[in-house]
Design a protein around this ligand. Structure first.
Ligand SMILES: Cc1cc2nc3c(=O)[nH]c(=O)nc-3n(C[C@H](O)[C@H](O)[C@H](O)COP(=O)(O)O)c2cc1C
Ligand SMILES: C=C(O[C@@H]1CC(C(=O)O)=C[C@@H](OP(=O)(O)O)[C@H]1O)C(=O)O
Length: 410
């Protein structure tokens, strides 16, 4: 089955990934690949690290002359910041990595013993018996999501072959909301050309949102948070157009596509909640107002009068646009540090503070878009095969034809 694994520490020499069972004969566009990676880097409110890095991930195997081969696809990216961390992040022993605990030596080695609340530091150190918390935080960092966006970009290029388009956008940042009508304009877009326009608008906005006034209010909120030496969270929405009905399955818990999407999105650092369609608002609605009623259309087959369920029924896509909402907590690292305990002494301390973002909600909307692409491609290949693109296309066309006949000929 199509799958992937990533490796790499935030300030280590490289990030890498291996994708297995990506179908053969899929044309890939290198510029689109890099443009998707750039989207993750450019959001307003990020810290200094994004100025150091240029995430031009290299494809090292599995692709020849722009076409996938069906063999494992290797991805590799050198961390530019490693140049400043060669000693600290050395793979092999160096003269400084003995057990010395003098504070000046610690500073040189950047040993971390004061766990930051809101991070993996404390639990990770106890679980894996690390005494330098850097052994935890380097891998727990969201730097790893670079590789997920790289994998997701290839998945989006595959899905585009089937006219499936995905867009992640920011719908809230701290105190500022995108108006529900603005979001509805995106999620209810009918034509592919218009959806493409929304995609372009989001990609050009450094807040990754669709209303310039909202974007500028969000920027002000970020500037204010920075001036107040704190951070902000927010919300995002991922909209998918052009999906067939039937991805996922009601038959087993593991196959339910809503469960798989929720797992994929909550696997992103700092994402604390996910909902579908009208989501939490459904609880306040009378049941009769929540139905996406079924109507027979002589040309299109069976259509719906609403999309309260966000394109999902019974753990399967139902052919309506997929609408997923997610929430990101505020960046946990605070410039003033949080109260903690030094694990070396047991004394109260302030958490270690390293350079940090003020917010990363625009980046999260890109990562979420990628995770949705990965999850949908997995379900798609389970249903239609994963050997070659032309064969998958034939299976897909057969299925669409079958659905059309079944829902237009009575
Ligand atoms: C794109 C992105 C950038 C992030 N940048 C930072 C950061 O600069 N500083 C920080 O403390 N946390 C940052 N985080 C959040 C932490 O990675 C995350 O909160 C932490 O690993 C703990 O995971 P959890 O919040 O899922 O429990 C970022 C997350 C994402 C997705
Ligand atoms: C490196 C990235 O994000 C990082 C995610 C992150 C964290 O704790 O998650 C902390 C910061 O790391 P640093 O201390 O190196 O600046 C962010 O910059 C990235 O998104 O590529």
């Amino acid at each position: 089955m199509f799958n992937y694994v990533t490796a790499g520490e935030s300030h280590g020499p490289y990030l890498s990934a291996i994708i297995t069972d990506f179908p053969a004969q899929v044309p890939l566009d290198q510029h689109q690949f890099w443009a998707d990676l750039q989207q993750r880097q450019r959001g307003y409110g990020r810290g200094g690290r994004m100025k150091i890095e240029t995430d031009r991930v290299q494809i090292t195997s599995g692709v020849r002359y722009g076409l996938t081969l069906g063999s494992p696809i290797g991805l590799l990216l050198a961390n530019r910041d490693f140049a400043n961390w060669q000693e600290v992040m050395s793979v092999w022993p160096t003269e400084h990595n003995d057990a010395a605990t003098k504070s000046s030596a610690d500073r040189r080695k950047r040993i971390v013993t004061q766990p930051r609340p809101g991070h993996a530091d404390l639990v990770g150190a106890l679980k894996y018996d690390h005494h330098d918390l850097r052994n935890v935080l380097e891998r727990a960092s969201a730097r790893e999501t670079t590789m997920r966006v790289a994998v997701g970009s290839l998945c989006q290029q595959f899905l585009r072959q089937f006219k499936i388009e995905i867009l992640g956008l920011v719908t809230n940042l701290g105190p500022v909301d995108l108006a529900a009508t603005d979001l509805a304009a995106v999620s209810q877009t009918q034509s592919q050309a218009n959806f493409r326009k929304w995609q372009q608008q989001v990609e050009q906005s450094d807040l990754r949102t669709v209303n310039p006034q909202t974007a500028s209010a969000m920027k002000q909120a970020i500037d204010q948070a920075q001036a107040q030496r704190t951070t902000l969270g927010g919300q995002f929405c991922v909209v998918v157009q052009g999906l067939p009905s039937g991805l996922g399955s009601y038959t087993t818990a593991a196959e339910k596509i809503d469960a798989r999407l929720a797992a994929a999105l909550t696997s992103i650092n700092a994402v604390k909640g996910v909902s579908f369609g009208d989501g939490f608002a459904l609880s306040a609605m009378p049941g009769r107002a929540t139905l996406d009623e079924i109507i027979a259309d002589p040309d299109q087959g069976l259509v719906r009068n609403h999309n309260h369920q966000g394109g999902l029924e019974g753990g399967m896509t139902n052919g309506q646009p997929l609408i997923i909402h997610g929430v990101m907590k505020p960046i946990p690292t605070q410039p003033i540090g949080g109260a903690t305990v030094d694990l070396r002494t047991g004394q109260a301390a302030r958490a270690t503070v390293e350079r940090s973002d003020v917010t990363a909600v625009p980046a999260v909307s890109v990562i979420a878009q990628s995770m949705v692409a990965i999850t949908l491609m997995q379900a798609f290949c389970e249903m239609f095969g994963s050997d070659t693109l032309p064969r998958i296309k034939r299976h897909y066309q057969d299925y669409l034809q079958e659905l059309h006949e079944r829902t237009t000929n009575y």
